[in-house]
Design a protein around this ligand. Sequence first.
Ligand code: CA
Length: 386
Amino acid sequence: MKIDKIETFLLESPIEEPFGWSMGWAEKRTCLVTKITTDDGVVGWGEGGGSPSQSVIHDIFAPILLGKDPGNINQLWHEFFQSLHNDNQTGGFGGDAISNIDIALWDIAGKAAGKSISDLLGGSIRDKVAVYATGLYYREDEFPTKLIAEAESYAQSGYKGMKTKIGGLSVPDDVKRVKAIRDAIGDDLYLMVDANKAYNVSTAIDIGNRLSDLNIHWFEEPVLANDVDAYLEVKSGQPLAIAGGEVLHNRYEARDFLSNRALDIIQPDVRFIGGITEFRNVATMANAMGIQVNPHVWGSPIMISASISLTSTFPACPYARVPRPYEQEPVMEFDQTPSPIRNELASIAFEQKGGYVEIPKGPGLGIEIDESVVERFCVGRATSEL
Ligand code: CA
């Protein structure tokens, strides 16, 4: 089997109600998806990056890929990596392109073998994956009615945990906002906070201490994403468990966070870390160091399916006779913010029941992409072919 054609589609959809976090305000959702077609007619879909990655895929990766056997994922991954690494661009401009193509190659491998991605990875360890609701972003006129109604809706629909934003308001106002959520949902559900890198070390330590009596399960991205020393200072200066790592691009970037125990929980994103291939490497490194792996997931059904499949194969950390989500078992982010692309791109939607989602069982990613939806949201396309 050989790769005949590589097509990329930059997708964009408006959303009904804008929402924000410490560093941004969303009025639309975007993603870059790739369709790889083989001479046997097998099609694989990948996701990751934006228009810079589109250029990398067609200018740098297409000459590596066209005419090659898509089953040689390991060899191709390292050819991609070296093609960028030698220009020192792996983690910067276009580095997400590796993830995008890697996911598509795993989709092809699964479809060609008639196996799901979790089966290709050696089989799942659990029959469903624990998820938490990501929502509770900042919105206009939200406090307290809309905010509390949203938190209560997650509790009522079965989630065992949810995550909100901090860093968008003053420290006292954010603490008040988090307390309102905790008061509304009670003490039995997990509640996490995400600063999206909003703070310097002293402010992060300040808010971590102020939140310490609200039973916060983790404090995500307190400071600059690549500053290992700052993470270590925050970790030792306040009592909350520290999470981060969603922007890491490969095992080398993850290494210093892991070896220094700068994180309690690492949250790689399959669209950034280097796809399924590299995510597995980083997850194994983290597991050996007793660091939880709770994937960052915020995209289309392509990356959601890839993330569930991967997460189903992660061993408990540490081993336990009956591992529990949030303690030994991984818990995956499940994005509840508005996204027509997420809701419409695939024929099946992943649904949360009782705090879990089912593992995709069909070949490859186990989803059918609706190409009329790709056309509808596409704002930029490119093609490379033999
Ligand atoms: Ca985050």
